[in-house]
Design a protein around this ligand. Structure first.
Ligand code: NOJ
Length: 556
């Protein structure tokens, strides 16, 4: 029998199928490719695999624009391949959670095509329509991919809402027929035996029905307050859960929460509310957005990073909520290049791993993170593929940035930084494909790759493997309380975890400069569970942390 909160001691591994492993040499990763690499993931030790969307899609947003929820896109394989994948994952005693995008569909979806036929059509009201004239959008909300969030349809004299790309039309959750169709579809996958879902931007499904204008006084007053954690979001989530995964005990649900708040995340995840198992929030990944602006160069604001973690950790615990903890995913640049240091790839890669894996929450690893993959440092715009990056590149040039400046910003901020193929070995295209990869491989693959990492016992890979193991062995990691430490320190991210009579002190130097700190005396001479320098000693209460040095000390 599964414990009801089994995911507290589990680690989730995210696969971006397009860039994982290509079995048929068309340059695009696929399900057979994933199956071929399951032994590798088993060796790493992860418990759950999350695959980003593999449903039929025109791929304007790499699958987050679903055209048919009930079928697998041929670029990834067939439904038979899917069954085989699920089966193989289960045979290896791992679980599979699928990505579910139910805030919007592709405009290629049958529902949208029907909706275009007009208000009498059954599916018209599945989307959000407002009257207007070609030169006057219903309100000033911005699309998250740039520009206004409304698209005019001349034949209807109406606009539809798209918070993302113009080909991703927002669904109208106010409509119970739509909601029931969504539940039916989710149950179709649950019946196949999937173990849960990652729910895409799920806190955006309830829009303020007055659709008010925003002020544009700051980078975030762009309409989001009127649809983020909206008026009926908890009601909708409770209903969704009760009609679908709530009937499958032990299924794991993780909600992607855009621009959310702690009180809402407590409501989403406190078990009494019967909404979701856990949530992603992104506040800690905006500490390099100057004044909240993503598309500008910015350094990490370490003080904010710490404050955000501390606040979320402490308050989620008080409210009995549960977080997914992570640095990387397919929307975020590589963490070693971002908050670490490529010159200290091993040290900073391991330190960042320790810093996140010992927080209170379920850790997520994004493919390639476990070997310390870096940003690819693309040099020209042709190398970029992502719709958000291409839109913002254009906007940056329109705003007067030079090509060099715009590329420098994309180098730091583009989602493509994390979407380059996994570097399996030193062979052509890093062993990802023998065809032409859909996106270029990062140039450092000949040395930084899985094959080399497995041969090197000091690699980032083995550090991650150990982090995953420790979570299973120590309740203080999976279930302990969180206590912030060194709050004023400008270099060290430190904290204590506490469970019954066990304590864990976690220390991470986020900088190249050495720093001396004092540790509580009770930890002197105690067991170091994990470290990233071989010769770290614990002989006194004064500890000198070297460049990106990190360690976790355990006492009982
Ligand atoms: C969040 C997903 O992670 C991202 O990749 C996607 O573009 C948007 N949601 C829209 O679905």
């Amino acid at each position: 029998m599964l414990e009801k909160d089994w995911w507290k001691s589990a680690t989730v591994y995210q696969i971006y199928p397009k860039s994982f492993c290509d079995s048929n040499d068309d340059g695009i990763g696929d399900m057979k490719g994933i199956i071929n690499k399951l032994d590798y993931l088993k060796n790493l030790g992860v418990d759950v695999i999350w695959t980003t969307p593999m449903y039929v899609s025109p791929m304007m947003d790499n699958g987050y624009d679903i055209a048919d929820y009930y079928n697998i896109d041929p670029i990834f394989g067939t439904m038979e391949d899917f069954h085989k994948l699920l089966d193989e994952i289960h045979k290896k005693d791992m679980k599979l959670i699928m990505d579910m995008v139910i805030n919007h569909t592709s405009t290629e979806h049958f529902w949208f095509k029907e909706a275009l036929k007009g208000p009498e059509n059954r599916y018209h009201n599945y989307y959000i329509w407002k009257d207007g004239t070609p030169d006057q959008a219903p309100n000033n909300w911005a699309s998250k991919f740039g520009g206004n969030a409304w698209q005019y349809v001349e034949s209807l004299g109406k606009y539809y809402l798209h918070l993302f790309d113009v080909t991703q039309a927002d669904l109208n959750w106010e409509n119970s027929e739509l909601r029931n169709d969504i539940y039916k579809m989710i149950n179709f996958w649950l019946e196949k035996g999937v173990d849960g879902f990652r729910l895409d931007v799920i806190n955006l499904i309830s829009k303020n029905q007055n659709f008010p204008n925003d002020t544009y006084e700051t980078a975030i007053s762009d309409g989001r307050k009127f649809y983020t954690d909206g008026p009926k979001v908890h009601k909708f989530l409770k209903e969704l859960t009760a009609n679908t995964f709530g009937k499958y005990p032990g299924s794991l649900t993780v909600g992607e929460m855009s621009s959310t708040t702690i009180p809402h995340c407590i409501k989403y995840t406190n078990p009494n509310n019967k909404e979701l198992s856990m949530v992603f929030n992104f506040h800690h990944l905006k500490v390099d957005y100057p004044n909240g602006e993503k598309w500008a160069l910015g350094d990490m604001d370490f003080k904010s990073l710490k404050n955000i973690f501390f606040k979320w950790q402490v308050e989620m615990e008080i409210g009995n909520g549960w977080s997914a903890v992570f640095w990387c995913n397919h929307d975020q640049p590589r963490i070693v290049s971002r908050f670490g240091n490529e010159k200290y790839l091993k040290e900073s890669g391991k330190m960042l791993g320790t810093a996140i894996h010992f927080l209170r929450g379920t850790p997520y690893i994004y493919q390639g993170e476990e070997i310390g993959m870096t940003n690819p440092h693309f040099e020209t715009i042709d190398e970029y593929k992502d719709v958000e990056s291409l839109n913002n590149y254009k906007l940056l040039l329109e705003k007067g940035k030079s090509i060099e400046e715009a590329i420098a910003i994309l180098n730091q901020k583009s989602r493509d930084n994390s979407r380059t193929p996994i570097q399996w070995d030193k062979n052509k295209n890093a062993g990802f494909t023998s065809g032409t990869p859909w996106i270029n491989v990062a140039k450092n693959y000949s040395t930084l790759n899985v094959e080399n990492s497995l041969k090197d016992e000091d690699s980032v890979f083995y550090h991650y493997k150990k982090l995953i193991e420790l979570r299973k062995d120590y309740k203080v990691i999976s279930h302990g309380d969180f206590i912030p430490m060194y709050e004023e320190n400008t270099q060290v991210f430190g904290y204590i975890r506490k469970f019954e009579n066990e304590k864990l002190l976690v220390l991470n130097n986020f900088y190249e400069d050495e720093i001396e700190i004092e540790i509580p005396k009770e930890f002197i001479g105690k067991k170091i569970l994990i470290k990233n320098y071989k010769d770290t000693l614990l002989e006194s209460h004064i500890l000198k942390l070297r460049a990106y040095e990190s360690l976790a000390i355990y006492l009982k």
